[in-house]
Design a protein around this ligand. Sequence first.
Ligand code: C2E
Ligand code: MG
Ligand code: MG
Ligand code: MG
Length: 300
Amino acid sequence: WAKTDGRHRWALYDPERIAHQTTRQVLATTMRPAVERGEFLLHYQPLVDLHTGALQGVEALVRWQHPRFGLLGPDRFIGIAEETGAIVPLGRWVLERACAQARDWLERFPAAQLFVSVNLAARQFGDADMVADVAEVLGTTRLPARLLQLELTESAVMGPAGRPLEALHALAAMGTRIAIDDFGTGYSNLAYLSRLPVHVLKLAGSFVEGFHEDSRPGPREEADEQIVAALVRLAHTLGLTVTAEGVESAVQADRLRATGCDTAQGWHFGKAVPAEEIDALLRDARAAEPPAAVRLGGAG
Ligand code: C2E
Ligand code: MG
Ligand code: MG
Ligand code: MG
């Protein structure tokens, strides 16, 4: 077993490392059959208009109800799925489930015109069948393409030219909305992005983290707010709308609203929840009609 001293102590027999690797391997080898067995599920997180507080859409976030390990978040398995290629069938399942759910909301709550935002991993985006899959899923679920938003990371879009760029144009031509996820964590160039069919920038949560709780912001927080305000102005000039992620407090929401940012997502407005809980929000909004808008997080 593991020698607890000396410099080779975790070379081969570190039990924690072995347990971790075993878990990874179990997850890697059981993922594809688990898609077929229906062990994955989606939670949905509200995307809210910062200026009216209205619920505009939801982001679909995948979870794995694992028979041995319990409910696993995507950070535990999306990376593995990308490595093994299981992201392709899993991503296809996510797309189908999310579009079917959005179609269901459209039928029961037509006034809300709720859109669904689906994450596409770089590997999925590079898959030759991806564009055809999206078209097919929109066809079979009868979801209007304008109610589907696709989230791509900067690196997926800024990667090597060729198929990914063609795919991006094909998806936009279909009428889906393209969002750049976690913007600001990579090295992408806004001027270049604006030449692509990209509609939404999702600012990484790290931007909002700097928006502090004190009523009088220090110079550091003010700088963070000025950076976001400048980004928002530039994005608007380029015809993009801006969504901020990771908004956890009313103070952050207020400061963010002052920057001109359009949409927000975060625990302040609502965590990712099962579809039934989004139903409840939509029902409340319908009961309050007019106005049709659901109000979250005390905005507006
Ligand atoms: P993401 O797309 O940037 O999703 C936002 C993540 O931030 C979600 O974590 C969400 O629960 C979390 N979050 C939301 N509001 C707050 C907040 O106010 N504070 C904090 N600290 N966190 C907040 P989650 O669900 O664990 O997802 C993690 C990542 O996994 C996602 O990041 C996305 O990159 C990936 N992912 C999730 N579902 C899918 C999927 O279906 N396909 C693919 N390819 N990737 C997915
Ligand atoms: Mg996302
Ligand atoms: Mg994100
Ligand atoms: Mg992320």
